[in-house]
Design a protein around this ligand. Structure first.
Ligand code: GTP
Length: 363
């Protein structure tokens, strides 16, 4: 679906809050729900899939409960159908029964946030009313490393993030913190990383991120990615020769770059495609619809600024799994050199297939 900027401005922004079990999501939410911040937020506690004990405790009689809090926030707990709850909130808001400016959805700790994000692209009524602002992922500084090693869903949560909040910094050394941060940066170079102490996050930095609104520029340092790629190459090279250590070894690998810490061969990774040549719109569309068919399940997030042949504006494009969308952005400035910049985040993505294919789409 393509929406204009004016439409997008009227839509209700939605933040998806994710993070593994015990990471600190509820701590953050509690703060949001009890503090006076002048924002009217509807919080949806989403419990998907198998019922958890948590769910049993939270939801008693009815399937759904909406409570208005004295700081203006609205809290509701949902079992099951998120679409139904969003529609319900929308109707009540339209009828002036409920007043809120934005929505935060807390996902269950073990869940992949993908399906929740997809809700905002799949259903037209929802897609026209709500705007997915950002995915905020809380990572526990104390247990994060281990969780990422053992839980693929936790890796996905990182892959989907627009903001990564590291909780419990107080429980670890500076080295441990730096090492986790480094790992997260490898997995998702697009997300801004910040510590959060017992939920004390700067709300302005986590709400209104417009991570899913493509008018925000890509927050990636391309130089960083190049370094990373060079690093990886070296690492695999070393591997076959003088090193006999596994992916999680703590040996210092001596490279020109010393941001090395422990190496993690995470399945989730990212790469950037950039070019100053314009895309041929038709070829690009064909290629993209093909790759999302094939790699959709492993493609978590992709977005980009596109320079299309014959188009005066930049096109802003994004997607989650197989669902893609595009909208026109600002005009290319008179002194600006048009460019393409796309980032793909996913699981074991074949970078060459994408890079070669995209290169073929250039006019
Ligand atoms: N030391 C420390 N503890 C924290 C911090 N943030 C949260 N905690 C504690 O971590 C525990 C888990 O926090 P929750 O907010 O319940 O985590 P959650 O992500 O909502 O957990 P689930 O609902 O199980 O998915 C609680 O005991 C919190 O008090 C922090 O910054 N430092």
């Amino acid at each position: 679906m393509t929406v204009t900027q004016a439409q997008a401005n009227k839509m209700v922004p939605v933040t998806v809050l994710t993070g593994f079990l015990g990471a600190g999501k509820t701590t953050l939410l509690k703060r949001i729900l009890t503090e006076f911040h002048g924002k009217r937020i509807a919080v949806i506690e989403n419990e998907f899939g198998p019922e958890s004990i948590d769910n049993e405790l939270l939801v008693q009689d009815s399937d759904e409960e909406i409570i208005e809090l004295n700081n203006g926030c609205v809290c509701c707990t949902v079992r099951g159908d998120l679409l139904k709850t969003l529609t319900d909130l929308k109707n009540r808001r339209i009828n002036n029964e409920l007043n809120f400016e934005r929505v935060i959805i807390e996902t269950t700790g073990v869940a992949n946030p993908g399906p929740v994000c997809q809700t905002f692209f799949m259903d037209d009524d929802i897609a026209e009313y709500y705007r997915l602002d950002a995915v905020i992922t809380v990572v526990d500084a104390k247990h994060g490393m281990q969780t990422l090693d053992t839980q693929p869903e936790a890796q996905k949560q990182v892959g989907f993030a627009d903001r990564l909040l590291i909780s419990k910094k107080d429980l670890v050394s500076d080295e441990e913190f730096a090492s986790l941060k480094h790992r997260l940066l490898h997995m998702n170079p697009r997300a801004q990383i910040m510590p959060v102490h017992f939920g004390e996050a700067d709300l302005d930095k986590i709400l209104d991120v417009t991570g899913f609104n493509l008018n925000s520029i890509l927050e990636i340092d391309p130089e960083f990615l190049q370094d990373e790629q060079a690093d990886h190459h070296d690492h695999h090279h070393d591997h076959g020769h003088d090193h006999e250590c596994d992916a999680h070894c703590n040996h210092e690998h001596h490279h020109e770059h010393n941001h090395h810490h422990a190496h993690h061969d995470d399945e989730i990774g990212a790469f950037v495609f950039s070019s100053n040549k314009p895309f041929d719109p038709q070829r690009l569309e064909e290629f993209l619809s093909g790759v999302v068919q094939v790699f959709g399940p492993d493609l978590y997030r992709y977005k980009g600024i596109l320079y299309m042949k014959g188009v005066k504006q930049r096109m802003l494009f994004q997607g989650v799994h197989m669902l893609m969308g595009a909208e026109p952005g600002k005009l290319w400035g008179p002194k600006e050199k048009p460019y393409n910049k796309m980032v793909f985040i996913g699981r074991k993505l074949p970078k060459d297939v994408f890079t070669n294919g995209l290169t073929q789409c250039l006019a």
